[in-house]
Design a protein around this ligand. Structure first.
Ligand code: GLV
Ligand code: MG
Length: 295
């Protein structure tokens, strides 16, 4: 799995020491993770290790072994089941000590915080603000459903008996905290790995809210994720068109106009900001324009 992950078209890979590793296998898993990082070959992927959460006995050894063994090959550490800012502060201080000892740039290793229970969600603003290392807030739906006593075993599923989306509040709350601090908001796993349509349905909802991406558990989910969190070609072209048109019409040559018609649509500074979001996602995904602007 580690070997195969190296060449897959995902933006990030995280090597797990937490819930996919049986307690008795944790010491060996630490060694495997260090070896996989040191061996390299991860192309341009963001390299992340998920350690165990701070209510367990494993976290400190996870962090120390991984950073001592492969700190220079690590972009971020993922901390699961974060419940209070103190969890992030502990990791920040521990990473700082390790970086100082190892001669690594202090602050170089980022933190991805997983929100997976009520305490984490209630404290999410403080968690996001707890360290400048925090780059990403991640929704952990499986643990979250368990912690809320939700009556379903299918992550992210809408239930016919509930007239709404039971995950909307949680996703929105995480998104607010992440955006307030200029961080990424990432949706969690979809466990029915053979049901790509089910993955798509859940992913589409968080993508529409503004989430930046979603975990994939299997190579079969990657194409759907890349497509869903990128704009459609039509939206990407439209966004670039708005940016060009707005730049033109607000210029001297375009008449210094702040609000103009582009086809049947009025565009102004707010349109430019919306267009910038969509265009940035398209550019980041390597999309090419198929239309151009003519005044
Ligand atoms: C991920 O860790 C989850 O609990 O959904
Ligand atoms: Mg979890």
């Amino acid at each position: 799995m580690l070997d195969k992950a190296r060449g897959l078209p995902a933006d990030q890979v995280f090597l797990d020491l937490e819930d996919s590793v049986a307690p008795l296998a944790k010491p060996e898993a630490r060694k495997n993770v260090v070896a996989a990082l040191v061996e390299g070959g991860w192309e341009t992927k963001v390299r992340v290790v998920r350690v165990n959460d701070l209510t367990t006995q494993w976290t400190y050894r996870d962090v120390i072994e991984v950073v001592e063994g492969a700190g220079a090959e690590l972009d971020c550490m993922m901390l699961p089941k974060v419940q209070s800012p103190s969890h992030v502060e502990w990791l920040d201080l521990t990473l700082t000590q390790l970086e100082q000892t190892l001669g690594l740039p202090v602050g170089g290793i980022g933190i991805e915080a997983q929100i997976e229970n009520a305490a984490g969600l209630v404290n999410v603003d403080a968690i996001a603000a707890a360290s400048p290392r925090v780059e990403t807030i991640i929704f952990g739906p499986a643990d979250f459903m368990a912690s809320l006593n939700m009556k379903s075993l299918v992550v992210g599923e809408l239930h016919p008996d509930y007239p709404g989306d039971p995950f909307h509040y949680i996703l929105m709350r995480i998104l607010m905290a992440a955006r307030m601090h200029g961080q990424q908001a990432i949706d969690g796993p979809y466990l029915q790995i053979r049901d790509v349509d089910g993955f798509r349905a859940v992913a589409r909802r968080s993508a529409l809210l503004g989430f930046d991406g979603k975990w994939v558990l299997h190579p079969g989910q990657i194409e759907a994720a890349n497509e869903i969190y990128s704009p459609s070609q039509e939206d990407y072209d439209h966004a670039e068109l708005i940016l060009d048109a707005y730049a033109h019409y607000t210029s001297d040559a375009g008449g210094k106009q702040g609000a103009v018609m582009l086809g049947d649509e009025m565009i102004d500074e707010a349109s430019r900001k919306m267009a910038l979001v969509v265009a940035a996602k398209g550019r980041a995904a390597g999309m090419a324009r198929t239309t151009s602007f003519t005044p």
